[in-house]
Design a protein around this ligand. Structure first.
Ligand code: DGL
Length: 297
């Protein structure tokens, strides 16, 4: 945004994800900034992103961002770890509006929380393969300052892909014995590595918090959505772009929901993520638009 154009405080915040997962991020945004209006896009026709190639995720993310930018959003939250890992810069290059992902805020929070400098990260295969969290953590703090600021040990990051967590959460199996078994299997290397902090590097994982905390007593869990919301608010405040206290029409903030597949499935799962019904949800087409440099996939 050019410096001489005053920001439109009443413009919505755009949030996108591959499907329902980003609602765990939207939940944190609504909690922190209830006065704002939101446009949420779930690319439910092409979910999951976590098993797709970087080029495909980049194109999908750009198409989501294009949809939001056409609706005049004042900030975009890439509310998907996989898209944040693989497409954040591509989306940032599309606009002068601020675009934030979920990885940098969570990496920063993990560094603030850890005492022993050993951080675990769990996420989709694409997020873990990208090594985005480990790179971000090391870029922010190549060595851990230690409890009293004297230790100079390198920060250690143990990343573990947990691809089965996404379907079990969508199935509503957050307390199912099968999920417990899967979690025990996935978390064994995390425990062995002696991490004291675990980043929930996927939008679905906050719904597994009670189980993960029970299986990992004493390990601090970092919810990426919580920290992304704090960063979003700080950016809007710094630009003088926060909505007025009561929202555009004197109502509390509200969200409009768009998906790329049939709304029914999204609606039924969404309530579990947000805690309230999301209808009406509108189906939209976003795959007819291509960024100039991207070939169709
Ligand atoms: N939203 C994705 C993430 O946070 C998980 C679901 C998917 O694979 O698309 O990485």
């Amino acid at each position: 945004m050019p410096a001489n154009v005053p920001p439109d405080r009443a413009a919505p915040i755009g949030v996108f994800d591959s499907g329902v997962g980003g609602l765990s991020v939207l939940k944190q945004l609504l909690r922190l900034m209830p006065q704002e209006e939101y446009i949420y896009l779930g690319d439910s026709a092409r979910v999951p992103y976590g098993s797709k190639s970087p080029a495909t995720v980049r194109l999908f993310a750009q198409q989501c961002a294009h949809f939001l930018l056409e609706r005049g959003v004042k900030l975009i939250v890439v509310a998907c770890n996989t898209a944040s890992a693989l497409a954040l810069e591509a989306v940032q290059a599309m606009t002068d509006a601020p675009v934030i992902g979920v990885i940098q805020p969570a990496a920063q929070a993990a560094l603030q929380v850890t005492r022993n400098g050993r951080i675990g990260v769990i996420g989709t295969r694409a997020t873990v393969t990208s090594d985005a969290y480990a790179r971000q953590i090391r870029a922010l703090a190549p060595v851990h300052p230690g409890r009293n600021g004297r230790s100079g040990d390198p920060v250690r990051v143990l990343s573990q892909a947990c691809p089965l967590f996404v379907p079990v959460v969508e199935e509503g199996w957050t307390e199912h014995p099968a999920t417990r078994l899967i979690a025990q299997e996935y978390l064994a290397p995390v425990q062995e590595a002696g991490v004291d902090t675990l980043v929930l590097g996927c939008t679905h994982y906050p719904l597994l918090k009670p189980l993960l905390q029970e299986l990992l007593p004493g390990i601090r869990l970092v919810d990426c959505g919580e920290h992304a919301a704090v960063q979003a608010r700080a950016i809007l405040a710094q630009r003088g772009a926060l909505a007025q206290a009561t929202g555009r029409n004197g109502n509390p903030g509200r969200a409009r929901f768009f998906v790329t597949d049939e709304p029914a499935t999204f609606e039924s799962v969404a309530q579990r993520f947000l805690g309230f019904p999301v209808a009406p949800v509108e189906r939209v087409v976003i795959d007819h638009w291509f960024p100039e440099e991207a070939p169709g996939v």
